[in-house]
Ligand binder design. Structure first.
Ligand code: ADP
Ligand code: MG
Length: 302
């Protein structure tokens, strides 16, 4: 089990994380969410042992994770970390990059393992391509496969799909997270994309103002977002009398005390998001069709 206990950290005296605690069991998927600059990457670096902790401690099973003051080489064999920069070897091929840390004394096994991972990240067509000739998204997939090569017990992923185009993203997410579950690899995913979380994370923590402001399953946080920051991670929302309602929880009806003037309609795919001016503020309502600007509509909370 990973145990993060009351950790505190800052760069050059500016505090970034304060009193952070959570735990994770083998095979579990934890999402760390928060706005840009909230400390997601810093948290992953601390778990990896990149910095010394002024306060608090981190354990994986019996092993305490210690920083550079205590370790000549940063990192531990049981843990892999895919950073936002993913440093690969540009002048060798995709399969050579992935197999780089696998033993060359077992060439058959090495090839089999490499092929398996290339399949997980859906790069079969590029196995023999030099990494320098790949796109950003393809490089990110190579970095993911390389981190999995030696089957870590825990995997830290920093915005793992940020460079991958939408055509590939969803199937790649399914493929990677399914693989991690099958192999019982724990993972921590830092992200600001709800699609990396919904459907995959067992639990999530929300970072804001140096603290963990919420810690629960994605289902519970989605169904009962206690703070606007949490709701905003998932969907467009409104606040009425201090209560949060998603845009889909408002409905346009024929007659109601609640009224507003349509300012804009945005195509959302399955439905439209209608922006309505009500008491000088914008409210957002999901609707099946576009509505002309300037029209007064009535709505209710459902
Ligand atoms: P996130 O990943 O959530 O965007 P980061 O962990 O990268 O956030 O950054 C958290 C805060 O720490 C930010 O204010 C950032 O500017 C600062 N920070 C990040 N890395 C460094 C660093 N190496 N030196 C000094 N400050 C840093
Ligand atoms: Mg980051």
């Amino acid at each position: 089990m990973l145990q993060v206990k009351n950790i505190l950290f800052g760069y050059n005296k500016t505090s970034v994380l304060n009193d952070i605690s959570f735990s994770l069991i083998p095979g579990e998927n934890l999402a760390v969410i928060g706005e840009s600059g909230s400390g997601k990457s810093t948290l992953l670096r601390l778990i990896y042992g990149e910095y010394d902790l002024p306060q608090g401690e981190i354990f994986w099973k019996e092993q305490q994770i210690l920083g550079p003051k205590h370790n000549l080489v940063i990192g531990y064999d049981f843990m892999k970390y895919v950073t936002q920069e993913f440093d690969l070897m540009p002048f060798i091929t995709v399969e050579e990059n992935i197999g780089k840390y696998l033993s060359r004394f077992y060439p058959k096994e090495k090839q089999k393992r490499t092929d398996e991972l290339i399949k997980v990240v859906e790069l079969e067509a590029f196995a023999k391509t030099k990494v320098k000739n790949l796109s950003g998204g393809q490089k990110q997939r190579v970095a993911l496969a390389r981190a999995l090569a030696k089957e870590p017990e825990i995997l830290l992923l920093d915005e793992p799909f940020s460079h991958i185009d939408n055509f590939k993203k969803q199937s790649l997410r399914r493929s990677i997270f399914k693989y991690l579950k099958e192999k019982n690899i724990a993972c921590i995913v830092a992200t600001h994309d709800k699609n990396d979380v919904l459907g995959f994370a067992d639990k999530m923590i929300v970072l804001d103002n140096k603290k963990v402001i919420a810690q629960d399953t994605p289902q519970n946080l989605y169904n009962n977002p206690k703070l606007p920051l949490i709701a905003s991670f998932f969907e467009e929302f409104n606040v009425f009398d201090g209560v949060i309602y998603y845009a889909r929880q408002l409905q346009i009806i024929e007659k109601s005390e609640l009224k507003g003037i349509v300012k804009a309609s945005y195509f959302n795919g399955y439905n439209w998001l209608i922006e309505v001016e009500n008491n000088d503020t914008s409210i957002f309502i999901k609707h099946i069709s576009k509505i002309k600007k300037g029209i007064t509509i009535c709505f209710k909370i459902i």
